[in-house]
Design a protein around this ligand. Structure first.
Ligand code: TPP
Length: 294
């Protein structure tokens, strides 16, 4: 089975092994495009690949043929620098042709360096300035309540967004109004643009902080690079009553290319020729290993 087989019916709910395969495929796409363009953010895009793949190919109620469908589930990539992640997922989920992926980050392109809800079908919020996603997502979730709609709102942040004061205002406000179906997903790779989270601005004890702010957060941790674990976290989402909910996912920045893992240099570095070839070998062999599983 190939990736193409998995896209034949985009509305089917893929299983953990299929999601894992797709995420590996999307990493290859992202690595190629970032290399070709000589710009963009690899580390945080690679880190969240299983998360976005699982949301879009297992969980979210969306219509790629009608990106503005008013009952659609909303997704906000608050860590907007990881745009290549969202673009590969949206393209293969049918929001636009994968053929435009190579135009990423060119002047006037549909696929801007940071996600734009004006230019790109399927993007629910323009992001890039860290710390806004949670506030706007809260607004979307409150709007659902006001309009008596049952769509879900998912906000994906890294540590950078949580270092912004505006995020904590939104956390407080969400705990006051408790909107249903409002979910914060944290891509907790612990590496930022210019160093480790614990050196720049430590978030620990993160779960305790969120709980003390009034959020429902699972006690167990989930591996955000393991699709089986991510699906378990979705089961948790469905079985809990108290809103709002946050899930902390342990992830690896630069996941999939060994020399980029946990290294802030690869947050947004240009991929040179030699690194590209080495990385592609690793990503390719990972992909073929997963293909055998299917
Ligand atoms: C308000 C704001 N300040 C600074 C930046 C520059 N910036 C871009 S990414 C980043 C670090 C993000 O770290 P993290 O959220 O951990 O990203 P990830 O590892 O998930 O890619 C920073 C400081 C920004 N985009 N917005």
């Amino acid at each position: 089975m190939t990736a193409e087989d998995l896209f034949k019916n985009p509305n089917q709910k893929l299983r953990a092994r299929e999601l894992s395969y797709l995420a590996a495929f999307f990493r290859v796409e992202a690595w190629n495009i970032l290399y070709e363009r000589g710009t963009g953010h690899w580390g945080g895009a690679a880190s969240a690949m299983e998360l976005t793949t699982s949301l879009y190919f297992n969980r979210m109620n969306i219509r790629s043929e009608d990106p503005s469908w008013e009952d659609r589930d909303r997704f906000i990539l608050s860590k907007g620098h990881a745009s290549i992640n969202l673009y590969t997922v949206l393209a293969y989920r049918g929001f636009f042709s994968p053929e435009i992926l190579p135009s990423f980050r060119t002047l006037g392109a549909t696929l801007q360096g940071h996600p734009s809800m004006i230019t790109t079908p399927g993007v629910d919020l323009s992001t890039g300035a860290l710390g806004h996603g949670l506030s706007v997502g809260l607004g979307m979730a409150l709007a659902a309540r006001h309009l008596k709609k049952s769509y879900w709102t998912y906000v994906l942040t890294g540590e950078g967004c949580l270092n912004e004061g505006s995020s904590w205002e939104a956390l407080m406000c969400a705990a006051k109004y408790r909107p249903e179906r409002f979910v914060l997903l944290i891509d907790y790779n612990k590496v930022q643009l210019d160093g480790y989270e614990e050196d720049i601005m430590p978030l620990e004890p993160l779960r305790d902080k969120l709980v003390s702010f009034g959020w429902n957060v699972p006690e167990q941790s989930f591996d955000g690079n393991n699709t089986g674990d991510i699906l378990k976290s979705f089961v948790w989402l469905d079985n809990e009553d108290k809103w709002p909910k946050a899930i902390i996912y342990k992830t690896t920045k630069g996941m999939g290319v060994s020399f980029t893992e946990n290294d802030n240099h690869w947050h947004g570095a240009k991929i040179d020729d030699e690194s590209f070839k080495k990385g592609l070998l690793e990503l390719g062999s990972d992909l073929s290993r997963r293909e055998i599983w299917l």
